[in-house]
Design a binder for this molecule. Sequence first.
Ligand SMILES: C[S@@+](CC[C@H](N)C(=O)[O-])C[C@H]1O[C@@H](n2cnc3c(N)ncnc32)[C@H](O)[C@@H]1O
Length: 288
Amino acid sequence: MNMMRSLAALTFTVISSLSLLNLTHSATAQTKGGDQLYQPQVGQPGKDVVWVPTGDELVTKMLQTAKVGKDDLLYDLGAGDGKIAIAAGREFGARAIGIEYNPEMAALAQRNAERAGVADRVKIIRGDIFKEDFSKATVITMYLLPDLNLKLRPTLLKLKPGTRLVTNSFTMGDWEPDQVINSSGNTGYFWVVPAQVEGRWMLKGLEGHAVASLDLTQRYQRVGGTISLGSNPPQPLLGVDLNADELRFRYLDSANQLQNVRATIKGNRMDAELLGTYSNNRFDGMRQ
Ligand SMILES: C[S@@+](CC[C@H](N)C(=O)[O-])C[C@H]1O[C@@H](n2cnc3c(N)ncnc32)[C@H](O)[C@@H]1O
């Protein structure tokens, strides 16, 4: 296990060093997060991953892509010197919490937040990202390792639909990103946590049908399925799009007219409407 971790750390260091070479900042500039009390070294070991700070330009692009704003609560998992949390507070007006395992690093990050004048809205917790609760986050940032992203993935997928995730460098396995961020040779990835919609939904009030249902299949944000209206055979949904808790699709109705649906998912219920119709356009669904 320790060998695996050292190997992972080595891989990370090699990848990060390569990308650092591409940065306009020098490695020395990257140690700037320190102060008289503590001077961390780029590549120093951490509990599950070494410390390498995200470059300034990518920090800005990651936060811009996630559209971070004053109503957000951002968590940086593995906060290092606190630079992402601090930028979220200082440049984007958000509240931010950094979780950092190394106590000296966590204390430094908190001092950095105070020096940046954002200590009223940026806090650094000394803790383990696999133990701390970050379920109230509206935005999560991470610069970890591929296997750590995968280990966190089940927890991340249970966050409130619409929570935005941004990583530096590493993906989430077969959960495709919604957007790829490029920044001077470095790459970031962006996802929106999708609502869980899979299953059979009984629909009430759709076009006056006493019996109507939806059968949805789901792979992360990709959704497909069929709709059954009365005794008609099920037919495929068209143009299905799931963004956070909003599900949109089209289907051909009994008169062969294309209908457009927008639904909001609320756990096992959905509130839906037929777009473009002027009366009796609302219906609802209940997951079986
Ligand atoms: C690659 S650095 C990223 C720092 C910062 N997020 C950034 O992008 O500039 C990863 C950080 O995670 C910390 N870390 C490693 N394992 C951790 C764990 N289990 N819980 C909390 N922090 C951890 C390391 O000490 C290091 O500071």
